[in-house]
Design a protein around this ligand. Structure first.
Ligand code: ADP
Ligand code: ZN
Length: 721
C-alpha cells in the first residue's frame, strides 16, 4: 500500500502530497513519523491507495505510527478549508490538534496505585504499619501510591510491595477543567413556547435553524433539550459560544445534565487538560464538545446537532491565518453529518436574519421572556444635559439614583463600558501631542493600578510620563473614561458597596473569568463593572439594574456595521437585567438620545431595526448585498511592504479591468492604523457584487508574499483598523 502524506512543515514549497510505503497499522488519518530529506518529521496520512504511479519500491517507508489523530471528517474538512482559504494543508491540519500535542510536549498522565497482591500473605505481628496499610488496600480495593505512603509510611508500603502483598499498577488520570466546581441545574419542564421551538426545529428539513429569542427567553434550555435527544440517538453534539468567559457556566450546566459526557476545549486550559479533553472527545468517551471559536474543529464523530450561540458575535471570525468564519465551517460540518446547525441569538446578524426571512434558514422565534417576565424598563440619560449641569463624573443623576435604590434593596447591578484601563489617552495640554505606542500607530491607555501606559494593540507597557515627550510641558490631561476610573469613582460615591471589575486586565490566569463570575454569582459583590465580556450570555438572577455608560461609543467607528453592533451591544447588555422574579431597569447614557439605532434598541424593536438596516445596506450596496474584501500587506520595513503592494495591486487591477461590473469599489491605501507591532500596513480594499472572484483574489494576492512581507485576505472583516 502507498500512503499519501502531508508533512508537518508549514512552508509553501512543501505544501503538497508526498508518497510513502505504508507499514502495518497505517490508516487514513494516522499521524506518522516519516523520513524527509535528512531529517525525520511528523506527517498525516491523507489517503491510502493500492500503488504509486512511481512504483512502490522507489518509495521510502513510513517509519512509525504515532496515533490516529484525524477522523475521516477532519480530512474532508481540512481539504475544504485549505482550498477555500488558500491555506497550506500542513497549517490547516494544525487547527485540528492541540499545539502542545503536536509538538509532543504533553502525554497522557498516569499515577501509581497500589492493589492487593498475594492473598495468602500475612504480615508479621511486629509490623503494625504494614498490617494497617495492607488492610486498608484490601478493603478499598485500590489506593493511590503516594497517598498510601503518606498515611502509613513509605517503608511499610515498599516492604509490602517487595514481599508481593501489594502490586503497583498505573492508572490513567483525566486532567479535568473545573473539576472541583459544583455543577448545578436540573432539566426543566419546557414552556409551551420552548416546546413549539423544539418542535419547529425537529420538523424542519432545513440544515440551518435561526433561533431568534429575546434575552431571557430560555434558549439555553432548548439547546439542552436538543443535545439530550442527540445523545439518545447515540450521536454527539458541538456547542459553540463566542467567548472563553462563557464556557465555564455552560460546561457546568452541561455537566449537571450529562455528567462526564461533556468536554471543553479552549486556549485557556492547561496543556494536560487540553490533551485529556481532546482525547476523551476523539475516543468518543465524551460526546459533547463545548468551547469558543476553535472548538469548531473538535474531533467528535457522528454529530447530531451543532449549536452556535450568540451567532451575531464578531469573535466567530478568526483573525489569524486561516481567517475562517466559524459559522461557515459549522455549516459544512452539519452538511457532512446530515445534522442541524442551530444559530441562536437575541440580536441575529442582519445577514442571518435576511436568509431566514428569505427561507434559506428556518426561522424560530421566541418573542417573550420566560414566564412572561417583562423586558427591563429603559431610562435614557441625556449626557449633554449632565455636562451642562456641571456633572463630569461618568454617572448621570438617574444612574446614581437607580444605583442607590438597587443597592438598598439588596440587589445587584452591572455597569458596562467597553473600554478598559483608566483613561483612553494622554494628551499634552500645551502642544496637543497625543502619547502613542512606539510600535503601533495608536494612542496609549493609562492604567492607574500599575501606573503605566499600555498599548491595547500590541500589549506593550511604558512608564508613566511626567512631561510631554514633544514639548516638555507638564500639563498632561487624561481623556476618555475606562473601567478602572469608573471603579474609582464608584468607590467615592458608594464607599460601602463591594465592586468587581471584569476586563482583560483582571481575567488573566487560569480560570480567571470563572473566578470573577462565580464571586458575583455568589453575591460576594454588589456591582460588576466590565467590558463587552460581561455583555452577553450571563444569567444572574439578582441583577435588577444595568447601566450602559457610553452607549454611543461603538456608533462612532467608521464601519458599515457600527449601527448593527451598537444595537446588539445595547440589547445584549440590557438583557442582563431583571431575568428572574424582580423587574429590571436599564439606564442608557448617551450624547445622542435621538439616534435611530438607540431608539430601536430602547424599544426592543429588532424587526424595526432590521428593516431599517437592511434597507440602508441595500441602498448603499454593503454586505449582505455585497462582499468587502481587504488584501493586507504588512512588513517591518515600509519599503518592503510597498515593494510587494505594487505587484499585488497590478495583479488585482488586471482582474478589476476584466470584471469591472463586479466591482463596486476598488482602491489601495495605507490602513487606518498605519503600523501595528512594528509592521507597516498597506491594503487594497474592494467591494464586490458577489463571491465569484474570491478564489482569484486569494490566488493573485497570496502568491506575492515573501519571507519578510505578509500578505493576507480578509472577507467582510470584523475590524477595519
Ligand atoms: P436566554 O439564553 O434566552 O437569554 P436563558 O436560557 O438563560 O435565556 O433562560 C433565562 C432564565 O429562564 C434562566 O434563569 C433559566 O434558568 C430560566 N428558564 C429557562 N427555561 C425555563 C423553564 N422551562 N422553566 C423555568 N425557568 C426557565
Ligand atoms: Zn503597540
Amino acid at each position: 500500500m502507498t500512503a499519501e502524506v502531508i508533512v508537518d512543515i508549514a512552508h509553501s514549497e512543501v505544501d503538497k502530497i508526498f508518497e510513502y510505503r505504508a507499514v502495518d497499522g497505517v490508516e487514513e488519518g494516522s499521524r506518522v513519523r516519516v523520513p524527509f530529506g535528512r531529517q525525520t518529521v511528523d506527517g498525516y496520512v491523507m489517503r491510502l491507495k493500492e500503488r504509486s504511479e512511481y512504483g512502490d519500491d522507489r518509495l521510502k517507508s513510513i517509519q512509525s505510527v504515532i496515533d490516529r489523530a484525524l477522523t475521516r471528517e477532519t480530512l474532508a474538512l481540512a481539504r475544504r478549508i485549505s482550498e477555500r482559504y488558500r491555506c497550506p494543508m500542513a497549517l490547516t491540519l494544525r487547527l485540528f490538534l492541540p499545539s502542545e500535542m503536536r509538538r509532543g510536549e504533553v502525554r497522557e498522565a498516569f499515577i501509581n496505585v497500589a492493589v492487593p497482591g498475594d492473598p495468602d500473605f500475612v504480615p508479621s505481628s511486629r509490623a503494625k504499619a504494614q498490617a494497617a496499610a495492607l488492610d486498608y488496600v484490601r478493603e478499598s480495593g485500590r489506593a493511590p501510591y503516594t497517598a498510601l505512603c503518606e498515611r502509613f509510611g513509605a517503608s511499610a508500603v515498599r516492604a509490602l510491595v517487595e514481599k508481593g502483598a501489594l502490586r503497583v499498577e498505573q492508572e490513567k488520570v483525566n486532567r479535568s477543567p473545573l473539576a472541583g466546581a459544583p455543577a448545578s441545574g436540573q432539566a426543566r419542564q419546557l414552556t409551551p413556547a420552548q416546546e413549539r421551538a423544539v418542535e419547529s426545529i425537529s420538523r424542519s428539513d432545513k440544515t440551518v435553524q435561526l433561533l431568534h429569542g429575546v434575552t431571557g427567553s430560555g434558549k439555553t434550555e432548548i439547546y439542552l433539550t436538543l443535545i439530550a435527544r442527540t445523545l439518545q440517538e447515540g450521536k454527539s453534539a458541538l456547542f459553540l459560544v463566542p467567548e472563553i468567559s462563557l464556557t465555564p457556566q455552560m460546561l457546568l450546566q452541561l455537566r449537571a445534565r450529562f455528567g462526564s459526557a461533556a468536554a471543553i476545549l479552549h486556549s485557556g486550559l492547561s496543556a494536560g487538560e487540553k490533551f485529556d479533553e481532546w482525547h476523551r472527545l476523539r475516543t468518543g468517551e465524551a460526546k459533547i464538545a463545548i468551547g469558543a471559536r476553535s472548538a469548531v474543529f473538535a474531533p467528535v464523530e457522528k454529530l447530531g446537532v451543532i449549536i452556535l450561540d450568540e451567532e451575531h458575535d464578531g469573535s466567530y471570525s478568526s483573525e489569524t491565518n486561516p481567517r475562517y468564519d466559524t459559522g461557515e465551517i459549522a455549516k459544512w460540518r452539519a452538511e457532512y453529518n446530515g445534522c442541524k446547525l442551530i444559530l441562536g441569538s437575541a440580536t441575529p446578524s442582519v445577514e442571518s436574519y435576511l436568509k431566514a426571512t428569505e427561507g434559506e434558514y428556518n426561522l424560530v422565534e421566541l418573542p417573550e421572556r420566560i414566564n412572561q417576565n417583562p423586558l427591563p424598563e429603559m431610562i435614557v440619560a441625556d449626557m449633554r444635559r449632565e455636562v451642562r449641569r456641571g456633572n463630569n463624573t461618568p454617572f448621570s443623576a438617574a444612574l446614581r439614583e437607580e444605583l442607590e435604590s438597587c443597592l438598598q434593596s439588596g440587589n445587584q447591578a452591572i455597569l458596562f463600558l467597553n473600554r478598559r484601563g483608566f483613561a483612553q489617552s494622554v494628551v499634552c495640554r500645551d502642544c496637543g501631542h497625543v502619547v502613542k505606542c512606539e510600535q503601533c500607530d495608536v494612542s496609549l491607555t493609562y492604567h492607574s493600578e500599575e501606573n503605566c501606559l499600555k498599548c491595547h494593540f500590541c500589549g506593550a507597557s511604558y512608564h508613566m510620563l511626567s512631561a510631554c515627550p514633544e514639548c516638555g510641558g507638564v500639563h498632561l490631561s487624561y481623556t476618555g473614561t475606562g473601567t478602572q476610573k469608573v471603579v474609582g469613582e464608584l468607590k467615592k460615591l458608594f464607599p460601602a458597596a463591594r465592586i468587581l471589575r471584569m476586563d482583560v486586565d483582571t481575567t488573566g490566569g487560569k480560570e480567571g473569568h470563572y473566578k470573577i463570575l462565580k464571586k458575583f454569582a455568589d453575591r460576594e459583590a454588589d456591582i460588576l463593572v466590565g467590558t463587552q465580556m460581561i455583555a452577553k450570555g450571563h444569567d444572574f438572577p439578582s441583577v435588577t439594574l444595568v447601566g450602559i455608560l457610553d452607549a454611543d461609543m461603538s456608533l462612532h467607528f467608521s464601519d458599515y456595521r457600527s449601527g448593527e453592533r451598537t444595537f446588539q451591544l445595547v440589547t445584549q447588555v440590557s438583557g442582563r437585567s431583571g431575568r428572574a422574579k424582580e423587574k429590571g431597569k436599564v439606564v442608557l447614557q448617551t450624547y445622542d438620545p435621538d439616534n435611530y439605532i438607540l431608539r430601536f434598541a430602547m424599544d426592543y424593536d429588532y424587526k424595526g431595526f432590521f428593516r431599517h438596516e437592511i434597507g440602508m445596506r441595500k441602498a448603499t450596496s454593503f454586505p449582505p448585498f455585497a462582499r468587502i474584501v481587504r488584501v493586507m500587506v504588512t512588513a517591518e520595513e515600509e519599503g518592503k511592504a510597498l515593494d510587494v503592494l505594487k505587484p499585488v495591486w497590478f495583479s488585482l487591477q488586471e482582474l478589476y479591468a476584466q470584471n469591472r461590473e463586479k466591482f463596486l469599489f476598488f482602491n489601495k491605501m495605507k490602513s487606518p492604523v498605519k503600523r501595528i507591532q512594528n509592521r507597516y500596513r498597506y491594503q487594497v480594499l474592494m467591494r464586490l457584487t458577489d463571491d465569484t472572484l474570491l478564489p482569484q483574489i486569494y490566488e493573485r494576492a497570496l502568491r506575492e508574499k515573501t519571507r519578510d512581507v505578509l500578505v493576507y485576505v480578509e472577507e467582510n472583516p470584523a475590524n477595519l483598523s
